[in-house]
Ligand binder design. Structure first.
Ligand code: HEM
Length: 276
C-alpha cells in the first residue's frame, strides 16, 4: 500500500498537474535552487530557536535565564523561521508539484509539520511561558501532537526507499541525550553507544557482505530498534534522575525532547523526498 498524497487525494490530480504552469510555480521554477536555500536557512533559524527553547525546558543550556526569558528571546527567530519555511516550501512545492504528489516522504513530512506546529506552539511555548508548569490544556494538546508525530513516524517507517531517513531522527535523539545526560549515566550511555556502533559496523560489513541486501535490511532494522531502545532508556534514566526540578517535571522534559525531534523528523522526511 502506498501512502503518497496521490493515493488518498486522487481528485486533485488535474489541479496539481497545472501548478508549475501558472504563477507562482512557473516563476519560481527557474530559481528553484535559490528558493530552496531560503527554505533551508529558514529551517536553521527555526531549528536553532527550537533547540535553545526546548533544551532549556529539559534543564540544559542557557541556565542563567528562566525558560520564560528564553522563550521571549527566541520567539521572533522561531516565528520568522516558521513563516519563512512555510512560504518557501509552498513556492518550491508549486514549482515541482508532481514530485510531492507522488511522494510518501511528503506525506510523512506534512504529518510531521502538523505535529511540530502543535508541539511547538501548543505545548513548548506555553510551557516555557509558565516556566515549566503544565496545565490540563497543554497536556491534551501534547497528546494530539504525539498522535500526529506517531502517524508521521509510521508513514516514514513503512515507506520503501524512504525509511532509512529515520536514522537521522535516531542520530539527533542520540546526540541530545549525549549532551543532556551527566556523570555516570553519560559515561555508560556513551560506552554503550560506541559498542553498538562497532557491533553494527562489523556485522554489516564483515559478518554480512555489504551487497547482501536481503540479509542487511532486516539486520539494520534490528539495530535500529536496539539503538532506539538504548537512547530511550538513557533519556528515561535522565528524566527520572533529574526529578521534579524548579522548572517542571518529567512531562515538561519529555515533551521538550519530542518538540525538537519532531522538527528533525519533518526535515528528514523533506530531505528524503529526493530519494524516493
Ligand atoms: C508547507 C510546508 C512545506 C512544503 C510545501 C515543503 C516543500 C519542499 C519541497 C518541494 C522540497 C524539495 C523536495 C525535492 O525536490 O527534493 C523540500 C525540501 C526540503 N524541505 Fe521542505 N517543505 C515544507 C516545510 C518544511 C519544513 C517545516 C522543514 C523542516 C523542518 C522542511 C525541510 C526540508 C528539507 C531539509 C528539504 C531538503 C532540501 C535538500 O534537498 O537538501 N520543509 N521541501
Amino acid at each position: 500500500m502506498s501512502l503518497a498524497p496521490q493515493d488518498f487525494l486522487p481528485a486533485i490530480a488535474p489541479w496539481v498537474g497545472t501548478l508549475d504552469d501558472v504563477w507562482p510555480g512557473a516563476a519560481v521554477k527557474p530559481y528553484f535552487a535559490h528558493w530552496e536555500v531560503a527554505h533551508l536557512l529558514s529551517m536553521i533559524m527555526l531549528g536553532g530557536a527550537s533547540i535553545l527553547l526546548n533544551l532549556r525546558l529539559i534543564g540544559f543550556g542557557l541556565s542563567e535565564q528562566s525558560p520564560s526569558e528564553v522563550r521571549r528571546d527566541v520567539l521572533p527567530w522561531l516565528n520568522v523561521g516558521v513563516i519563512g519555511i512555510l512560504i518557501t516550501g509552498l513556492l518550491i512545492g508549486a514549482s515541482n508539484p508532481d514530485r510531492l504528489y507522488t511522494s510518501e516522504a511528503f506525506t510523512a513530512k506534512m504529518l510531521g509539520l502538523a505535529a511540530a506546529l502543535i508541539l511547538t506552539y501548543g505545548v513548548s511555548l506555553p510551557l516555557a511561558r509558565a516556566d515549566g508548569r503544565a496545565g490540563a490544556a497543554v497536556r491534551v494538546t501534547a497528546l494530539i501532537g504525539f498522535v500526529f508525530w506517531a502517524l508521521s513516524l509510521y508513514v516514514f517507517g513503512v515507506s520503501k526507499l524512504v525509511n532509512p531517513g529515520l536514522w537521522h531522527v535516531v542520530t539527533a535523539a542520540a546526540l541530545i541525550v549525549l549532551f543532556v545526560t551527566r556523570g555516570l549515566t553519560r559515561i555508560v550511555y556513551a560506552a554503550g553507544m560506541a559498542a553498538l556502533i562497532a557491533i553494527q559496523f562489523v556485522t554489516t560489513h564483515f559478518v554480512i557482505k555489504p551487497d547482501d541486501f536481503t540479509r542487511l535490511d532486516p539486520a539494520n532494522k534490528v539495530f535500529f530498534a536496539i539503538f532506539a531502545a538504548w537512547i530511550l532508556g538513557a533519556a528515561a534514566v535522565q528524566l527520572i534522575s533529574a526529578g521534579r526540578g524548579q522548572h517542571g517535571g518529567a512531562f515538561t522534559k519529555a515533551t521538550a525532547y519530542a518538540a525538537i525531534l519532531v522538527w528533525v523528523t519533518t526535515a528528514a522526511a523533506g530531505r528524503w523526498i529526493a530519494f524516493a
